[in-house]
Write a protein that binds this ligand. Structure first.
Ligand SMILES: O=P(O)(O)OC[C@H]1O[C@](O)(COP(=O)(O)O)[C@@H](O)[C@@H]1O
Ligand SMILES: [Mg+2]
Ligand SMILES: [Mg+2]
Length: 324
């Protein structure tokens, strides 16, 4: 059997060597994170809380800290990277004296922290934005998601899969003996699915229109067929299923998180770029996610993401809410 294409070969052939080197470096970091996760139960430096909080007031897990430091290390070694922005760090880390640097990497090092200790899928999400050499790097961080040149995520599951887009389709690579090998090229999200995905514990805490949408998914009146529910609680796992099977994932505003829970720059934007490249859609209920101008690096957003038909059906319901 011929050897499948490596991630570096793939990015380099379709894009350029600098982007290939950056994505490969991130993949190397992900392989190191995966190796840690694989032996989590055997060591005492992996599971559990780190004893610190991040900027969002969330308790950091040991694996959050490890993944963050691992990714920062691999990115800081690349002269093409002007800055990194992480969920786990209050401030962007801007690398001085890099006049020719052209990328800003914005990431959620470990997504799904609440699932680490119970051996359920977690992930890594990275958004790569362009920055004009010599321009104001700090200002360039706050660009809408349309400024992304690439986006990727890694799903640490029964197998470890990296999915990326750099604007020419969506491609998946499976980790095998330390190397990410092409497993599915040019992925397309099904036009519709059979699952909705939402934390239904929040249903009474959110706008009534979301409860109504879920009710109509269930009874079949929204899409003309009845939907079932799937919710892992790791965005990466819920999104990966939605990419493969279609349907919709939603995290609406709640009383506790009035602007939504998920973060625009390193959760919603990169996965919206991937969703759109795969033929899907992503909205905050009113606007396309990729056109929202961020006001700060850790900004949150409501999110509806998945197959176009389900996303626009919910979006259509939300738009009419004020007139109800
Ligand atoms: O527990 P909830 O409120 O359903 O939230 C689940 C969401 O929170 C997250 O865990 C947030 O991500 P982090 O673990 O990176 O903070 C998402 O992965 C997931 O979709
Ligand atoms: Mg996350
Ligand atoms: Mg995280």
């Amino acid at each position: 059997m011929p050897m499948a294409m490596t991630l570096f070969q793939h990015v380099r052939q379709r894009h350029n060597a600098d982007l290939g080197a950056l994505i490969t470096a991130i993949a190397d970091g992900a392989a190191a994170i995966e190796a840690k996760i694989r032996t989590a139960g055997l060591a005492d430096d992996i599971l559990g809380a780190a004893g610190s909080e991040n900027i969002q007031g969330e308790e950091q897990q040991k694996l959050d800290v490890f993944a963050n430091l691992t990714l920062i290390d691999v990115m800081k070694a690349l002269p093409s990277v002007a800055a990194v922005v992480s969920e786990e760090d209050d401030e962007p880390l801007i690398f001085p004296d890099r006049p020719n640097a052209k990328f800003i990497a914005i990431f959620d090092p470990l997504d799904g922290s609440s699932n680490i200790d119970v051996n359920v899928n977690v992930g890594t999400i990275v958004s790569i934005q362009a920055v004009e050499p010599g321009s104001d790097v700090r200002a360039a961080i706050l660009q809408p998601g349309t400024a992304q040149v690439a986006a990727l995520y890694v799903n640490y599951g029964p197998s470890t899969i990296l999915v990326y887009t750099a604007g020419k389709g969506v491609h998946a690579f499976t980790l095998s003996d330390g190397e990410f090998l092409l497993s599915t090229g040019d992925m397309l999200m099904p036009e519709h699915g059979t699952y909705y995905s939402m934390n239904e514990g929040n249903i009474g805490e959110s706008l009534p229109v979301y409860a109504k949408a879920i009710g109509r998914f269930r009874d079949g009146t929204l899409m003309g067929r009845k939907y079932s529910s799937r919710y892992v609680g790791s965005f990466i796992a819920d999104f990966h299923r939605t990419l493969l099977k279609g349907g919709v994932f939603l995290y609406p505003p709640t009383k506790k998180a009035p602007n939504g829970k998920l973060r625009l720059l390193y959760e919603a934007n990169p996965l919206s770029f991937i969703a759109e490249q795969a033929g899907g859609a992503a909205s905050n209920g009113r606007y396309r996610i990729l056109e929202i101008t961020p006001t700060e690096p850790h900004m949150r957003t409501p999110l509806i993401i998945g197959s176009q038909s389900e996303v626009s059906a919910i979006g259509g319901m939300i738009t009419i809410t004020p007139r109800e």
